[in-house]
Design a protein around this ligand. Sequence first.
Ligand code: ADP
Ligand code: MG
Length: 354
Amino acid sequence: MRLRLGAAALCMALLLTGCGAAAQESSPDTGTESEVPSASTDIFAMDTYMTVTCYGERCEEAVEAAENEIRRLDDLLSVGNADSEISVVNRDGTGTVSEDTAEMVAEALSLYDTTGGAFDITVYPLMELWGFTTGAFAVPDAAALADALAASGSDKVTLDGGIVTLPEGQGIDLGGIAKGFTSARLMEIFKEYDLVSGVVSLGGNVQCYGTKPDGSLWRCGIQDPNHPDSDSYLGVLSLADKAVITSGAYERYFVDEATGETYHHILDPKTGYPANNGLLSVSVVSANGMLADGLSTACYVMGLKQSIDYWRSYGSDFDLILMDESGEVYVTEPIAEQFTSDFTVHVISQEGVS
Ligand code: ADP
Ligand code: MG
């Protein structure tokens, strides 16, 4: 469904949520926004709800180009579509992929190395065993899980001149990185159409182009993982020209009726079970959407201490906002001043955690 914003909607300030649909707050003093034409659309793609909003003379064309690009990338990557490039590689064990897919696979393989295997696109057979690919959820049989684990590992995947090759028994899933790649691509489209500003929320993963049309910063509300269906936030980050990508157990999960146990969709590649390393929510903030997405998944798997170590080693182009099981929040120093929260907030720096 396409939604065009009318004049009244243009007088609203966006408070983007880190998960779910974008919520809007009234703001009486943003009259200048109404001078910039805007267009917006809601899309269901990549198994999630997306909103694209553009401000500028060519906003309508930009929204249309963005929607087309989302659909094109979805067709390329979807494991639910038997003809997608990824499905062909998974079926045949090898395949020639487009530059876009190759770029994502290359980034995924590099993240596998730097995260010590926490980010691993070869979790696909494990995702299948848990039923996340079909909706036929079940706790896997131990022997089947052990077999899938033995075959997994991105170190066994090769990418050579656009040809991806997997060993027997492996399959790949770019679900941990695809939405960030897509939001980054949409920023390129916004530039081509000379927009004043723009913002996308792809299943709660937000990326903004420029500032808001009135020149003020965007405000991105990060969902409280303990109350994901409410309007309460873990915190709010002010930002421009960046992605805020969040991973949390509350996003996609099932409950085993026999035991009442909850199982979510981010798997620990070392155990084959849903990751459970003490974090409830990980947001990665970066100008690089694809990196932010891959890392949100990886840090969720790594847990607090390893995520802090990772940021200290590699964090020149990303920042973190984490919530642990006790409900305390951790934010890296470079974005600490732009972040507000009602929770106890610790600041992570190179030297320590305060
Ligand atoms: P979402 O896509 O729900 O926003 P994530 O970015 O954290 O959340 O990605 C989760 C998806 O990534 C899963 O649905 C699955 O496709 C894939 N995935 C799960 N575990 C891993 C992992 N350890 N490494 C890489 N990809 C993973
Ligand atoms: Mg991710």
